[in-house]
Design a protein around this ligand. Structure first.
Ligand SMILES: O=C(CO)[C@@H](O)[C@@H](O)COP(=O)(O)O
Length: 231
């Protein structure tokens, strides 16, 4: 894929964030990797969606060096790059501050699997990461944010839960490409909203029975399904 094509796909995915109501102003960012070329394209930092053009996307290598682009890449670039380096099956990453997912992150609570809507897309809870120490915040903060996420996946397949909420911060999602990572961001927001409403109606609402969770997840993502089928 040429840089022009990569930038176009990443631009379209970023614009979909706005169309889906997942971001306002300059919130959020989407990227996509070209593993053959060893580069990612990512939204420029601080640019509003209304003014952004496909050519504004910034191409960065996996050492976080700018390869092509006249603007600064997103301030979250090191987090994206860390995820690509650790999750070798992913092709796209999305970061938003969508309201309900961010509310769970600010409450520092994982989102429990309360129903089949959640189980259709995520096997198990949507994990809230640990918090960063002051040293980590004052150190390489964006890299530490990536490590926060990958630490939460030490015993977990990132395909089985393509979304996470970072304690005190907001969600990150991923997928086979930028478009699918945005799709997962939209799903996360809806699942987070349902879980919030459920626990508001009944603070003791129980998690879905494991057999039902397995049934729903595996019939879409099991042996006879494939990653990305849901889109
Ligand atoms: O996480 C945050 C802010 O908390 C950032 O994603 C948000 O400000 C967007 O930053 P960029 O414009 O991508 O540098």
């Amino acid at each position: 894929m040429s840089f022009t094509e990569l930038k176009r796909e990443v631009y379209e995915a970023n614009m979909e964030l706005q169309r889906r109501g997942l971001v306002i102003y300059t919130f959020g960012n989407v990227s996509q990797i070209d593993r053959d070329k060893g580069v990612i394209a990512i939204k420029p930092s601080g640019v509003s969606y209304d003014q952004m053009k496909a050519d504004d996307m910034v191409i960065v290598d996996l050492e976080n060096n700018i390869v092509e682009g006249s603007m600064r890449p997103s301030s979250d670039t090191k987090t994206h790059v860390h995820l690509y380096r650790h999750f070798d099956a992913i092709g796209g990453v999305t970061h938003t501050h969508s309201t309900y997912a961010t509310a769970w992150a600010q409450a520092k609570q994982s989102i429990p699997c309360l129903g089949t809507t959640h189980a259709d897309y995520v096997h198990g809870d949507i994990t809230c990461t640990r918090e960063l120490t002051d040293e980590q915040v004052n150190g390489d903060y964006e890299l530490e944010t990536g490590i926060q996420i990958t630490d939460a996946y030490q015993d977990r397949d990132p395909k089985a839960a393509p979304m996470v909420i970072v304690a005190g911060h907001a969600p990150f999602t991923w997928g086979k490409d930028a478009a699918q990572s945005v799709y997962h961001a939209a799903l996360l927001e809806e699942i987070a909203r349902m879980a919030y409403l459920t626990r508001t109606l009944d603070p003791h609402a129980a998690e879905l029975k494991k057999a039902v969770m397995d049934k729903h997840y595996l019939r879409k993502h099991g042996k006879n399904a494939y990653y990305g089928q849901s889109k």
